[in-house]
Design a protein around this ligand. Structure first.
Ligand SMILES: Cc1cc2nc3c(=O)[nH]c(=O)nc-3n(C[C@H](O)[C@H](O)[C@H](O)COP(=O)(O)OP(=O)(O)OC[C@H]3O[C@@H](n4cnc5c(N)ncnc54)[C@H](O)[C@@H]3O)c2cc1C
Length: 655
């Protein structure tokens, strides 16, 4: 049982996806941590689709897992369905997507928070931030609506879509952070008083339907994978027990299927049509985003149906996915039909869609408009430049998505702890993680719409695969106190195995020789028609490493054990894509050396000799944190960067 103290190292405001990871990370690292939320029944709550993962997002979740976070394990445990996406493409863009039970996910995440030592959980609302005075003020405490003031050395704000939030559906609009939750006025005012730049963003959600009113026999079935694949390390090793409930005894999800050792439920696909688009077009003037009652910008990669119909006038149909929200829920999520059109229009549109002709809406779709921080106010630690000890993470930084929020939360929680306890910072970069790419983007560029992670944002996506998250991050996670020694050791051993198999195979020669050919053919591997190393043989397209190793065992050329599970899989990928991976590694190393050179955030660029006036102005306005960010500043030329590098080397030599 925790005792509530009055002084904390880290106070986390908000218990959504950023808040839970921030608080868990801080507490794991030994900080006395408090997490606050106005509603303890909505810890880790998913207000939109209860789905975790997908392209670029599953990579972030794998990184959160590698850093000891909870999201991957909770999603693996509470998944109703698992699918691997992009299977026809290369490993850099393959992604696991899990459809979770919304209620069980929140219950399991709350339990993780409750069981975490050093972490107190309190239902209350932060209404103000107390600061010391000075040129760069410091956090002194947080003021609560009910519980008075609490002293703390750092705060992580993870208030999601709640700041000055307004929910809109058609002509109706009222204050609120998401359906069922009040909005937040005072915290937003407190952040504005500090002088932080805020902007207005919006996001939206589709209506939910009663599954029993749908005819899915006319829709395309989307079954789960057999076997299912899991995002967490423990899940991939078969170490995560499913948390489930007996399924509902009626409706389309009443008969789950036993697939690959897991009960899974199917999803269904249908599509909009011209009739639905016609209704939308006829009512666009009643859509808040078209009639001017919403000023915020929405997510480009998750647009509302009215936005899609308005923007892509030539398209006669858009895909719609019918997805379950829980084992004991008859409500389904309707992916692709996000809308803030009035209720009567939502009703008519839904009923035009194949399979939904008799659909009953249980909850109407709506949009929410909220304040988000201009994240160029932040350092790479996610601490605000203006206030020492004040960190921000998640949707409040202008991102969209549970996964993006979790990744930022973990980094902010770790760095709030580092600031509080005086331990080293955790700075991730573009070359070591998707989380690093996201934070670098957010802190260096102005985004005029919610930021969503995409594989195309990462320059080194072949090395930033989900399966390398442990290898990339375990050592740093352990050094920061985020994962145990035992886990770091297991990852290091696995890496040694992968490296030694590659090196041994590189020294075994297979020739155009009947004995070698017979052993390979017996395992279904095409023989070597000239002298090749076993590594070259295993590297050929569609060649199974396991089969090559078995052939080598037959030939008594391989004495080691054949690895199993994720080690075998990771070795296979490392071998198959070895040449491309090596090339990318070399480029990443060059980038690391050139671009990760840190700059003083207070630097005065008018003092840099040889820098053009435009570059001085741009850099003084942006105050880049690294040479890489300076390089990516619009209006800054390679010549300016050369001048900057000369300036830095002279300054360092004379220091
Ligand atoms: C209607 C809606 C639709 C969405 N649609 C999409 C979508 O289509 N795609 C997508 O990727 N994402 C969508 N999202 C966003 C998704 O919910 C967020 O990306 C994700 O939840 C962000 O996590 P977070 O931790 O930053 O914030 P949240 O999960 O929102 O958590 C915020 C937390 O802060 C708490 N809080 C707020 N103010 C205070 C305070 N003053 N004191 C204490 N606690 C406070 C809240 O109670 C909550 O616990 C949608 C969100 C909403 C509301």
């Amino acid at each position: 049982m925790h005792s509530i103290t009055n002084t904390y190292d880290v106070v986390v405001i908000g218990a959504g996806h950023a808040g839970t990871e921030a608080a868990l990370a801080a507490a794991r690292m030994g900080a006395r941590t408090l997490i606050l939320t106005p509603n303890l029944d909505r810890v880790g709550f998913m207000p939109c689709n209860p789905s975790i993962g997908g392209p670029a997002k599953s990579q972030i979740v794998a990184e959160v897992d590698a850093l000891g976070g909870a999201m991957a394990e909770v999603a693996d445990a509470t998944a109703l369905q698992a699918r691997m996406l992009n299977t026809s493409k290369g490993p850099a863009v393959q992604a696991i997507r899990l459809q979770c039970d919304k209620s069980l996910y929140a219950i399991a995440m709350k339990e993780r928070v409750e069981l975490q030592p050093n972490l107190d959980l309190v239902q209350d609302e932060a209404i103000g931030i107390a600061l010391t005075t000075g040129a760069r003020p410091q956090v002194a405490g947080v003021t609560l609506r009910h519980g008075g003031q609490i002293a703390c050395s750092t705060i992580v704000v993870t208030a999601g879509t709640f700041l000055r939030a307004r929910m809109v559906s058609g002509e109706s609009s009222h204050a609120g952070g998401r359906a069922g939750d009040a909005n937040d006025q005072q915290l937003s005012a407190s952040l504005a008083d500090i002088g932080l730049r805020l902007k207005r963003f919006k996001t939206g959600t589709p209506p939910r339907l009663d599954a029993r009113s749908l005819d899915v026999s006319v829709c395309e079935l989307q079954p789960g994978d057999e076997p299912p694949r899991w995002i967490s390390r423990n899940g991939a090793k078969g170490g995560i027990d499913q948390i489930s409930l007996p399924s509902a005894d009626s409706g389309i999800f009443s008969e789950p299927v036993w697939l690959g050792g897991r009960w899974q439920v199917p999803c269904y696909q249908t599509a909009t049509n011209e009739a639905a688009h016609e209704i939308i077009r006829a009512n666009l003037h009643r859509a808040p985003m078209y009639n001017g009652s919403i000023e915020g910008t929405g997510p480009r990669y998750c647009p509302s149906i009215e936005d899609k119909v308005g923007r892509f006038a030539d398209k006669t149909s858009h895909p719609i996915f019918i997805e379950p929200e829980g084992w004991r829920s008859h409500e389904v999520y309707v992916q692709g039909l996000s809308t803030s059109l009035p209720a009567d229009v939502q009703h008519d549109v839904v009923r035009c869609v194949r399979g939904m002709e008799n659909a009953r809406i249980t909850r109407y779709g709506y949009a929410v408009e909220y304040d988000a921080l201009d994240a160029t106010e932040l350092l790479q630690t996610l601490e605000t430049r203006k206030v020492e000890g004040l960190f921000m993470a998640g949707q409040v930084n202008g991102t969209s998505g549970y996964e993006e929020a979790a990744g930022q939360g973990l980094v902010a929680g770790a760095n709030a702890t580092a600031r509080s306890l005086g331990t080293p910072e955790l700075i991730l970069s573009r070359t070591d993680s998707y989380i690093g790419v996201m934070i670098d983007d957010l802190t260096s560029q102005q985004f005029s719409e919610p930021y969503r992670m995409l594989t195309s944002r990462a320059e080194y996506r072949l090395i930033l695969r989900s399966d390398t998250a442990d290898a990339r991050l375990a050592e740093r996670a352990h050094a920061a106190g985020l994962i145990s020694e035992a886990r770091a050791h297991t990852v290091a051993t696995e890496q040694q195995t992968i490296a030694s198999i590659q090196s041994e195979l590189g020294s075994i020669w297979l020739g155009d020789n009947p004995r070698h050919a017979a052993a390979l053919q017996a395992e279904g591997v095409a023989p070597a028609n000239r002298s090749l190393t076993a590594l070259d043989v295993a590297r050929r397209p569609h060649t199974s490493l396991e089969a090559v190793l078995r052939a080598l065992q037959t030939l008594e050329m391989w004495k080691g054990e054949i690895p199993a599970g994720i080690t075998l899989e990771r070795t296979q990928i490392a071998i198959t894509y070895g040449a491309f991976i090596d090339k990318e590694e070399r480029e990443a190393e060059r980038h690391r050396r050139a671009a990760e050179d840190r700059l003083d955030p207070e630097m005065d660029y008018t003092l840099v000799r040889g820098l053009r006036i435009e570059a001085q102005q741009r850099l003084n306005a942006n105050k880049p944190l690294t040479v890489g960010q300076a390089q990516r500043t619009p209006g800054v030329t390679p010549g300016d960067i050369s001048a900057l590098l000369v300036h830095l080397s002279v300054a360092r030599a004379t220091r």
